[in-house]
Design a protein around this ligand. Structure first.
Ligand SMILES: *Cc1c(COP(=O)(O)O)cnc(C)c1O
Length: 918
């Protein structure tokens, strides 16, 4: 394999994503060069030394962002170089690079010292009995200070001396002398968990690195000329919070801390100290901050519970393993699952286990921690998957008769939610990607048109919810800020449900966060409260006057909501198990609703209606743990998964052999140009610099999540299902979704470079096989292959749009808006007398399409893939739906049995129904 994912080190820090891998590469190279110098013949030594010098200079450009190796070891390294001492240089380079690559600096005191024996200075700095470091989680603290860099080593030693054996964590400090240096460290150092800001530092970096300054400016938008004097520390605090909200921030100031602490500007700070404060107090505060995130209230208690001797007389025989380890026949169950899971089982809600249905103790605390971590006002844990979370939210916010403008491609849980709640769906269509047999996302114009149509029909007051999937299975990310803003301009109290089943991780990465529901809720709340917005709105209003929501020209207008009327009402659901470390079915519901008092009661009802009275304790615990992980290492993990995805994209699409048969769809392939205003075609050079990609994410209507890779396999002659099977059987690679000519590969927080290499290797092997097979075949073989590729790639079926509800289910058959009563149609099908069947292949179908009467679906018909309903109850079946079904080559079609045919509501039944009854 000549082009694996490790290929060619990136020489420049073009993107924050690359910082970690760039650093590891740099140290690896430096180590190799140092060894070469040490082993070199005398006449070649100068050349090797020069190479080392060059590489060390490169390393030192950003090395000040990390605590390890720190000034002392770096100083020794530099001194060895200056003195031409190749042996010492090689020894230090080896030591440092090994510690960085292995992560040993986190647990081994030895690697911090100059000599292999702990040196005197280090020993002096350590209390005698600090021991047990290997077991304590390690992190780094950024100290931003005006003090002389010559003092920093001493300050670090002082901080180390603060360590106590009873501390739960240990940390090392890294110093920065300016706003710019601090911002850079905050972005690239994923070990950081806390920042101590000491008032009085300046803006500009003391390092002369113009490209790094440009890099910082690109990621954070602070204009040094705009800064008011004396506000630098608070501006930095706000900047850090915007970028990495999970970090704890402390301010040391000699201004009156009491006055400062109460101000709005101090909101991002965890604590404000007076300059001369006791250092121990700061040390303890730092540890306390980590503890808040580390604590998993439910899991911690469950562990305690499992250890207690308890006699159980409740209804759960496996609790504490008694029915298992005493059994003659199922003891292997205990051996397989281990004892802990059985000791941690209980049906009690006593013993501090709390109740998911009425949380007052540690589940309540766990939910509060989730809300904090995910940037929501409230959070609810779900143990029945997002399938149920969606039904809960839909039922909580909708009552019979409410209209929901909804992407027809939403997961089926939404559609069932409408049946349950009696809400009327107004189906809107995503843009089609016919060439891959999939849909994209719903254009903003389509959503606005639906609102305008409802207004024209006099129904705007009934439109309650906009319900969309963000991001879609295939990676289409909405611009939720823009969608909500323009919709709220038409109706200021709309509720938004963003199904972020795949996208829960996105909160923890500043790149993805800008496209999340909660990120948008926070941004819009802040925007509408600002004076600047009011001025913007007033000017807009003065120009346009009062707008009629039914005015068709609204569609082309970038509307602004009235700041006095607008309400931020946003709900997000996520399948925590899909992108974070939770057990299957672990799900979360996040709420940012300024009018939640109206919803709280119904929400509770819906939660009761759908939640088991025996929720699984391990699921709840795993949600608690998933939150802990993301709050402490989500930044590192999500950067890494994104970086890995970009590398796979590049490796596949630039590989001379693989790219003949396989490609990963680019943003240009997946998003029509009209929704990519930036013109971005693909990530990374030569197509777009990182800055341009980030800007596209800010502005474009849709952006493609790079971690979701649509791998086109049709050009290799495989259909999606076939290729999925092949990857699983031959290469042990599991993927999840397929289309006619593609499979979806996703990178996740668990993926490594080796996983990526495995995939690339599989694609290379398969490409070679195809090549060799074709080379041995004659023209007939080539023709067969070409026909197969054509059938997969070109002869693709058109995707059927939602047609309409039958008039029997419409309040006003003449209105432009298309909502309908799905619930009565759904329940009509319960009575077989109301229904009839037609065979898909029969002439009867064609005759009825031609001559009527209308065929009206009695139920949901959902083929997998693509997994969205091509028919819903009460929908009139049209020719394109039939054509699509006839071409469909998948086996699993929920709601359709080939032997019986399509289930329809009889025309006579429809005739006798009065549309307005529910
Ligand atoms: C998977 C998924 C769901 C359902 O979530 P589960 O946790 O599997 O129940 C809902 N919506 C979307 C968009 C999904 O991808």
């Amino acid at each position: 394999m000549n082009q694996d994912v490790h290929s060619e080190p990136q020489r420049t820090l073009s993107s924050v994503l690359m910082a970690a891998s760039l650093r590891a590469d740099q140290w690896r190279h430096l180590n190799a060069s140092a060894r070469a110098w040490a082993d070199a013949r005398p006449d070649a030594a100068a050349k090797h030394r020069a190479r080392c010098q060059e590489q060390l200079d490169e390393v030192l450009r950003i090395e000040h962002c990390w605590a390890y190796p720190g000034e002392r070891l770096l100083g020794a390294l530099r001194e060895a170089l200056d003195q031409g001492d190749a042996a010492s240089f090689a020894r230090y380079a080896q030591k440092i690079s090994a510690a960085i690559l292995s992560g040993d600096y986190r647990r081994d005191e030895q690697v911090w010292s100059l000599d292999d024996e702990l040196d005197r200075t280090t020993l002096d700095a350590l209390p005698p009995d600090i021991g047990g470091l290997a077991d304590k989680p390690y992190f780094e603290v950024l100290v931003v200070t005006p003090s002389d860099p010559a003092q920093w080593a001493r300050s670090k030693d002082e901080m180390r001396r603060m360590r106590r054996p009873e501390d739960q964590f240990h940390y090392a400090a890294v110093h920065a002398g300016s706003f710019e240096d601090a911002a850079l460290a905050m972005m690239v150092n994923t070990d950081l968990q806390a920042v101590v800001l000491i008032d009085g530092f300046g803006f500009a970096s003391r390092h002369d690195v113009p490209d790094l300054k440009a890099f910082i400016a690109r990621h954070i938008h602070v204009d040094p000329d705009e800064l008011r004097p004396g506000t630098l520390a608070l501006t930095l605090a706000a900047t850090i919070k915007g970028y990495r909200p999970e970090l704890d921030l402390y301010l040391l100031s000699d201004r009156a801390p009491e006055a400062l602490a109460g101000s709005d500007e101090a909101a991002p700070l965890r604590r404000v100290f007076h300059h001369v404060e006791e250092p121990m107090e700061i040390h303890l505060s730092i540890l306390d901050g980590i503890k808040d995130r580390y604590e998993t209230p439910y899991f911690d208690n469950l562990k305690k519970y499992a250890l207690r001797p308890i006699g159980t007389f409740h209804a759960l025989p496996i609790a504490r393993g008694k029915s298992i380890f005493g059994s003659n026949w199922i003891r292997d169950m205990g051996h397989f699952y281990g004892t802990n899971i059985l000791f941690a089982e209980s049906s009690a809600t006593t013993g501090g286990l709390d109740s998911l249905l009425e949380p007052t103790g540690n589940i309540k605390k766990a939910q509060e921690a989730v809300a904090r971590a995910f940037g929501a006002k409230r959070a609810y844990l779900g143990t029945n998957g997002t399938s149920t979370s969606n039904k809960i939210v839909v039922q909580a916010v909708c009552k019979p008769g409410d209209i929901v403008i909804v992407d027809r491609n939403c997961h089926k849980s939404h559609h069932y939610g409408f049946v349950l709640s009696g809400a009327q769906p107004y189906y809107v269509e995503a843009f089609p990607l016919t060439q891959y047999s999939m849909y994209g996302a719903v254009p903003l114009r389509t959503i606005k048109q639906a609102l305008i149509d409802c207004a024209a029909a006099g129904n705007l007051s009934r439109v309650k919810v906009i319900d969309m999937t963000n991001c879609t299975f295939d990676g289409h990310m909405y611009n939720p800020r823009r969608v909500m803003e323009e919709c709220l301009a038409i109706k200021p109290d709309l509720i938004f449900l963003w199904d972020e089943a795949w996208f829960g991780f996105a909160r923890f990465n500043p790149l993805h966060r800008r496209r999340t529901a909660m990120g948008a809720a926070a941004a819009l709340t802040q925007r509408y409260r600002s004076r600047a917005y009011r001025e913007e709105y007033d000017a807009w209003k003065a120009k346009l006057g009062d707008r009629d929501p039914a005015d068709a020209s609204l569609i082309d207008e970038r509307g602004l909501p009235d700041p006095d009327k607008v309400r931020i009402r946003v709900y997000q659901t996520n399948s925590t198990h899909k992108s974070m470390s939770a057990f299957r079915q672990g799900s979360m519901m996040l709420v940012w609703d300024e009018d939640f008092h109206q919803v709280e009661g119904p929400f509770e009802e819906a939660f009761f209606a759908h939640t088991s009275t025996s929720p699984n304790l391990q699921l709840i615990a795993s949600l608690d743990l998933a939150r802990r992980q993301m709050e402490l290492e989500g930044y590192a993990l999500t950067l890494k998964m994104t970086d890995l995805a970009l590398k796979i994209r590049r490796a596949v699409n630039t590989h001379p052999l693989i790219s003949k048969y396989f490609t990963v769809a680019t943003p240009e392939d997946m998003i029509p140009a009209e929704y990519r205003e930036s013109g971005l075609t693909d990530y990374g050079p030569p197509n777009a610099s990182w800055a341009e990609s980030a800007e596209a994410w800010d502005l474009d209507e849709f952006a493609l999540d790079p971690t979701r890779l649509t791998l086109i396999c049709g050009a290799a002659g495989f259909d999606g299902t076939q290729f999925k099977g092949l990857l699983a059987e031959r290469f042990d690679i599991q993927i999840n979704k397929t289309s006619r000519n593609s499979v979806l590969v996703q990178t996740n927080i668990n993926n490594t470079h080796s996983d990526a290499a495995l995939l690339i290797k599989a694609l290379a092997d398969l490409s070679r096989e195809i090549e060799s097979r074709l080379s041995q075949e004659g023209s007939i073989g080539h023709q067969v292959f070409a026909d197969r590729v054509k059938s997969l790639m070109t002869d693709v079926p058109d995707l059927p749009n939602f047609s309409r509800f039958h008039d029997a289910f419409r309040e006003d058959p003449n209105s432009a808006s298309n909502e309908g009563h799905m619930r009565p149609a759904f329940f009509m099908a319960y009575d077989e007398d109301n229904c009839e069947y037609v065979k898909l292949a029969s002439d009867e179908v064609d005759k009825r399409l031609r001559d009527g009467p209308d065929m009206v679906s009695a139920n949901f018909v959902i083929p997998y893939p693509p997994g969205f309903p091509i028919m819903v109850p009460g929908q009139v079946i049209t020719a394109d739906t039939i054509a699509f079904m006839r071409k469909l080559d998948v086996k699993e079609i929920h709601g359709y049995h080939a032997a019986q045919g399509i289930k329809l509501i009889k025309p006579s039944t429809l005739g006798s129904r009065r549309a307005t009854s529910m």
